[in-house]
Design a protein around this ligand. Structure first.
Ligand code: MN
Length: 479
């Protein structure tokens, strides 16, 4: 077991100059606390704590977080109290362990209502300390990797919960490495046959795929060099679950999946991204309708990249173009920004970048029914979004299919409540009009206007519906 300590300390020192005393102390404390316990796999329980800490090292988290990861199950599973943690370590670590213990307690008695409460707690804790969620995600990742030890029924339940809640949460936080891993691990248990088929299929085609990828990379490299665009190229085969989803949504067998390949061009500046795009499209044939510019219009989880698909020797290759900074955000998401906040390089945009989390939690605050909450979590998360302007030029982000009524409530509840009409690009539109990116939306209000049951049909966001329902209830109108 001493090997783990060395591994963790060495791993930490590779990216941080912070003092490691707290990590060593946490290691010894947790090892002692869990010493009698075994996991269902038969291994000492403490190995789990070390593995969780190791996942967080990959995301370069600070000493307090690594210590809290080592300690994360002590209060839940041993006589240790939160007070003990605070006395032996510090308030921050104690708060993190306490948060994780609360989440676990709810999980073990999980009924529908409680799962939701659990989720709400987790998300609320995000706004206090995002690191709690990062530890929870690492904890779930390791549990999913060792799921074989559980009875079949539990495996399926865990996998279901992971794919419907934890993977989207990782996505929401922009941590794509964990999102992909959680999806593939769940997919394996939920659809074992399909999983095996895809793994086998990718392996069978991998020799050809790799050859093609190499040849495309060489061609692309030459093009970018000629234009003197600084770059490095990363190539990948897509994750299994995303291949499966594509097969499902297009109703096609694996043999017809063409775009298994992805290439990333990582360059220096935003302008370089557009130059690289120009060079790419000038030299390789793009597939119509696949171009999306998430640099000009970033996604809510801070994701930025240009996406396009090109046709190369009969195969489709998805190309993403981004800067180094955008790449860091994509790989490590919010964790990357947390790191900058703690490190010497303060990220001046951190607050702005964390804003969407706060905004989203704000949206959720009024949802009381569990079903509404889960529904909103799952729909808002996969959101394709539209960017709509106020007449003052302020941009609002809304989910696809959102209407002027949603827009009105987003600007201010008061404006929503007294909605009487809307002008989009200067023309009157219906309440059910679907807003498009670039629309300028002006809401008209009337003092005596108020929500009716019909409004619920025009409200496409869970948040809007919930607000309308609340008003209808206070007026004694049956919903
Ligand atoms: Mn755990």
């Amino acid at each position: 077991m001493q090997d783990y300590l060395k591994e963790i300390i060495d791993g930490f020192k590779q990216y941080s100059t912070q003092d490691t005393a707290i990590i060593e102390k946490a290691y010894k404390f947790a090892e002692e606390a869990h010493k009698e316990q075994k996991r269902l796999t038969g291994e000492p329980f403490f190995i789990h704590c070390c593995e969780v800490a190791k996942i967080l090292l990959e995301h370069k988290l600070d000493a307090d977080t690594i210590a809290a990861a080592l300690l994360h199950d002590t209060v839940e599973d041993t006589p240790t109290t939160v007070k003990d943690i605070e006395t032996n370590f510090n308030k921050t670590v104690a708060l993190m362990v306490e948060g994780l213990t609360k989440i676990d307690k709810l999980e073990s008695t999980s009924t529908d209502e409680e799962t939701v409460e659990n989720w709400r707690k987790m998300l609320i804790s995000v706004s206090h300390d995002i690191r709690i969620i990062l530890i929870k995600l690492a904890d779930r990742t390791h549990n999913m990797k060792t799921l074989d030890a559980l009875p079949k029924q539990r495996q399926i339940e865990k996998a279901q919960e992971t794919i419907s809640l934890y993977a989207p949460l990782a996505q929401r936080l922009g941590i794509f490495t964990l999102k992909n891993e959680l999806e593939d691990l769940s997919f394996k248990y939920l659809h074992p046959l399909e999983y095996a088929e895809i793994v086998k299929g990718v392996a069978a085609r991998s020799e050809n795929l790799n050859k093609k990828l190499e040849s495309f990379k060489n061609a692309l490299d030459a093009v970018l060099n000629k234009e003197q665009i600084p770059h490095r190229l990363l190539a990948r085969v897509k994750n299994y679950y995303s291949i499966y989803r594509k097969m499902q949504s297009h109703e096609i067998p694996f043999s017809q999946i063409q775009d298994l390949l992805g290439v990333r061009i990582i360059t220096e500046t935003k302008l370089d991204c557009y130059r690289a795009l120009g060079a790419l499209h000038a030299n390789f044939k793009p597939l119509a309708g696949t171009f999306t510019d998430y640099i000009a219009m970033p996604k809510m989880n801070m994701y930025q990249s240009i996406h396009t698909t090109i046709i190369y020797e009969g195969s489709l290759i998805e190309v993403q173009i981004r800067t180094e900074e955008m790449h860091r955000t994509c790989e490590y998401g919010i964790a990357a920004h947390w790191r900058y906040k703690l490190g010497s390089k303060e990220d001046p945009n951190l607050d702005e970048k964390l804003n969407w989390i706060r905004q989203w939690i704000e949206w959720q605050r009024d949802l009381t029914a569990p079903r509404e909450f889960i529904e909103s979590f799952q729909t808002d998360i996969n959101l394709k979004q539209v960017f709509v302007f106020t007449p003052q030029g302020e941009v609002k982000v809304l989910p696809e299919h959102a209407t002027p009524l949603d827009f009105a409530y987003l600007v201010h509840s008061e404006i929503g409540e007294h909605y009487s009409g809307a002008l989009v690009n200067g023309k009157m539109v219906k309440m059910t009009y679907e807003l498009q990116s670039g629309d300028i939306c002006e809401i008209q209000t009337r003092k005596n206007a108020e929500p009716t049951r019909q409004w619920l049909e025009a409200a496409k966001m869970a948040r809007t519906r919930s607000k309308i329902k609340r008003t209808l209830r206070t007026k004694g109108i049956e919903i």
